[in-house]
Design a protein around this ligand. Structure first.
Ligand code: ZN
Length: 299
């Protein structure tokens, strides 16, 4: 009887071990898709966050210049080798510069993979936010940004020029907009992640209330945009970014009205139906955004 119990316990422990091992192993090989946007600009694409088996992190641009490769964002930890493998299929040049659009782990997760000879660039507040992350503590602090900017910075020259801008709070308080003027391409990071309400990370200084104004400032300042690389969606056009600005302005206006009408967050969310005015938009993230707007305005 005792022996049976012990054996039974061993069998169960063994099954648990196998179960843990199976759940840790990736269900499929980690392969990242790549889109050629220009002769010297590729995008390592992103799926929508949610499915952990396939979600590799945000869109990453790979800009091949005369002096080396600039990578904008570095996806989620664990996907770095898949990133490098893909980059090697289009260039033999080394990665010399990393730009992090903002602090989140799905955009900064593989900074460490590129070594310490790479220049890491980010907005001032993003560097400060990254310093709070366990991934950049202690010895890993050497993978933090070594070059920062407040409002604007230019890297490179001629057709290799990259312009970096900060227009104010939104997704966080340090979202860099990356513009490739020679290619007429704009990369927004998560200031335009998807066709749904934005994620406003208030712990990192994000603001859903400021979001539409920040978008408007960026759209007004950056001219000559033929393609937009969003945070987590396929390549879009400038008109899609402009539409996203209007969507966010409407979202804030409707949430404000709901507060003034004394509605709860749930009642406000149930009454807001922007997806009917904006075809193709989801409403999965509206409640969280409405909550953020309420928290910001009712403090
Ligand atoms: Zn993010």
């Amino acid at each position: 009887m005792t022996r049976t119990l012990v054996l039974g316990a061993i069998v169960i422990a063994g099954a648990l071990t196998i179960g843990v091992a199976a759940s840790q192993a990736p269900a499929a090989p980690r392969v990242i898709d790549m889109v050629k946007l220009r002769d010297n600009l590729y995008v390592l694409t992103s799926s929508t966050p949610g499915d952990n088996a396939t979600f590799s992190g945000g869109n990453v641009s790979v800009f091949i210049t005369n002096s080396g490769v600039t990578v904008v964002d570095t996806k989620l930890a664990g996907w770095g080798q898949a990133m490098l493998d893909k980059i090697k299929t289009v260039t033999t040049k080394p990665v010399t510069t990393i730009i992090n659009t903002h602090t989140h782990g799905d955009h900064t997760g593989n900074n460490n993979l590129f070594g310490t000879s790479v220049t890491v660039v980010a907005q001032d507040n993003t560097k400060a936010n990254m310093e709070k992350m366990p991934a950049f503590k202690d010895d890993n602090a050497k993978f933090l940004p070594s070059k920062t900017f407040t409002d604007r910075m230019t890297l490179g020259s001629g057709n290799d020029r990259i312009e970096l801008y900060y227009f104010g709070a939104g997704h966080t308080n340090g979202d860099a907009w990356i513009y490739f003027p020679g290619l007429r391409v704009l990369q927004t990071g998560d200031m335009f992640a998807w066709r749904d309400a934005p994620l406003c990370d208030r712990a990192n200084g994000g603001s859903c209330v400021a979001f539409p104004q920040t978008l408007a400032k960026g759209i007004a300042a950056i001219k000559n945009v033929d393609a937009v690389i969003p945070g987590h969606s396929p390549i879009m056009a400038l008109k899609d970014l402009q539409e996203y600005q209007r969507y966010n302005a409407d979202l804030v206006a409707e949430a404000r009205d709901a507060i003034n009408a004394g509605k709860s967050v749930d009642e406000a969310t149930a009454a807001i139906h922007l997806e009917t005015k904006y075809p193709g938009y989801q409403a999965a993230r509206v409640k969280a955004a409405v909550q953020a707007i309420y928290d910001e305005l009712k403090k």
